[in-house]
Write a protein that binds this ligand. Structure first.
Ligand code: URA
Length: 423
């Protein structure tokens, strides 16, 4: 391992055998964390070639359980987002795609810091379980056409170890390591096709479109190279997605969209993503027809089917938020909203209790923020911009912090959710 670290530090390309040896030994606990972190730091400075990245990805796939979904009929399509604030896409997209008969077997993650996690949002539905064993997961997809569960413990063992190590050694933001980490999990999860939502901007991993494009291209190439049809969309994460940031409030907003309501641009965005996922499955639909599955109740019915199958209580879904402390923020000047900084707003939501500062924090499902105005909306003095919910007192400092992330000006450029599609 010392030779491999020295070699990578000098910028030499590793062989396939070397990469396979290193990942297998690391997953087996035979290479200590300090050597693996030295190697990751060498990659930060020297990078990895396309071939090395592909070898690393497949070595990681083979380090744990590989899920076989071949006994589920049809083209299985998966979806992954690199994370954001108010990102409730999976909650709407999965049932929408499944309502066209395309099976979606999805494993999701939890939230950390300013980014929320689909599992936490689903767990805000009383009774809902994300812990199905593999047999139950597959059975649900066969019977109902959709399931969203937590990642199985044994999936991509090497990534679990390496990602935790990168998190504490400042080696997360390395494109070949991010690409292999994400794609190894997607490939091991067994779907035939993958849609990647690569977010860019203030509240995202990738801060520039150039970096997002490079990450997206790397992942698309990795997926296609191993026979998984993969498409990436680069999407804007400079402001939170939609109106709700939290957990239970995001479920509520998702239900509005699933019932044909909600903000028009959120509806359009999700329908465009659904069109790409359906295309990947060989089911070609016009946008109008996809929208009709929101307005005619088909997508909502699929969502309820999933909630019931995973032991959630749908009758509870329309209950209002029950936070002890509720504060409304109003506009002090007229104009157009020009900025709602996603990172800052995500961190305020976390401080209200909606997210975790560290992995062991317990989430308050009732906490969160509902934005009543978004970038581009015209406002008058006194208009309500947002409501904050928490079960902890909401301090004047936190309110001031929240307000500092909102800017009002004379005009704003038209907002686009999907910036690029890479296939
Ligand atoms: N998400 C992952 O799963 N892995 C990374 O390395 C970064 C984001």
């Amino acid at each position: 391992m010392v030779d491999l670290i020295r070699s990578k530090r000098a910028g030499r390309e590793m062989t396939t055998d070397e990469i396979e040896w290193m990942i297998a030994r690391y997953a087996a606990g035979e290479i200590p964390d300090y050597q693996m972190s030295a190697w990751a730091m060498a990659v930060y400075f020297q990078g990895m070639t396309t071939r090395e990245t592909a070898d690393l990805t497949m070595a990681m796939v083979h380090s744990g359980e590989e899920i076989d979904l071949s006994d589920i009929l049809g083209v299985k399509v998966d979806k992954h987002s690199t994370g954001g604030v108010g990102d409730k896409v999976s909650l709407i997209l999965v049932p929408l795609v499944a309502s066209f008969g395309v099976p979606v077997a999805k494993m999701s993650g939890r939230g950390l810091g300013h980014t929320g996690g689909t599992l936490d949002k689903l767990e805000s539905i009383p009774g809902f379980t994300v812990e199905l064993d593999m047999a139950a997961f597959k059975e649900q997809v066969k019977t109902h056409g959709l399931a969203i569960i937590g990642q199985s413990e044994d999936l991509v063992k090497a990534d679990k170890l390496l990602y935790a190590l990168r998190d504490v050694t400042s080696t997360v933001d390395i494109i070949p390591l991010i690409a292999s980490s994400i794609m190894s999990k997607k490939i091991a999860s067994g779907s035939d096709a993958i849609l990647l939502d690569v977010t860019v901007g203030d509240g995202a991993f990738m801060q520039t479109v150039e970096d997002a494009r490079l990450l997206a291209r790397t992942m698309v190439n990795l997926g296609n190279a191993v026979g998984r049809r993969t498409v990436a969309v680069i999407t804007d994460m400079n402001q939170p997605l939609g109106e709700a940031i939290g957990n239970r409030n995001e479920i509520q907003e998702s239900i509005q969209v699933l019932q044909g309501g909600g903000r028009k641009e959120l509806q359009t965005f999700i329908c465009e993503l659904a069109q790409i996922m359906l295309d990947l499955a060989g089911v070609h639909k016009a946008l109008d027809e996809i929208v009709s599955h929101l307005t005619n109740g088909a997508a909502y019915a699929k969502f309820i089917e999933m909630v019931r199958a995973q032991h959630g209580k749908p009758e509870w879904l329309t209950e209002p938020l029950e936070a002890e402390f509720i504060k409304t923020v109003s506009c002090s000047k007229a104009g157009v909203i020009t900025k709602e900084a996603a990172l800052g707003i995500g961190l305020v939501a976390m401080k209200l209790g909606a997210g975790r500062a560290v992995k062991s924090d317990v989430i308050d499902f009732e906490a969160g923020i509902n934005l009543h105005k978004k970038v581009g909306d015209t406002v008058e003095v006194g208009d309500e911009i947002a409501t904050l919910y928490s079960n902890k007192p909401i301090t004047a400092e936190l309110l001031a912090e929240f307000e500092s992330f909102i800017e009002i000006g004379a005009s704003s450029a038209p907002h686009k959710e999907i910036l690029e599609i890479i296939d």
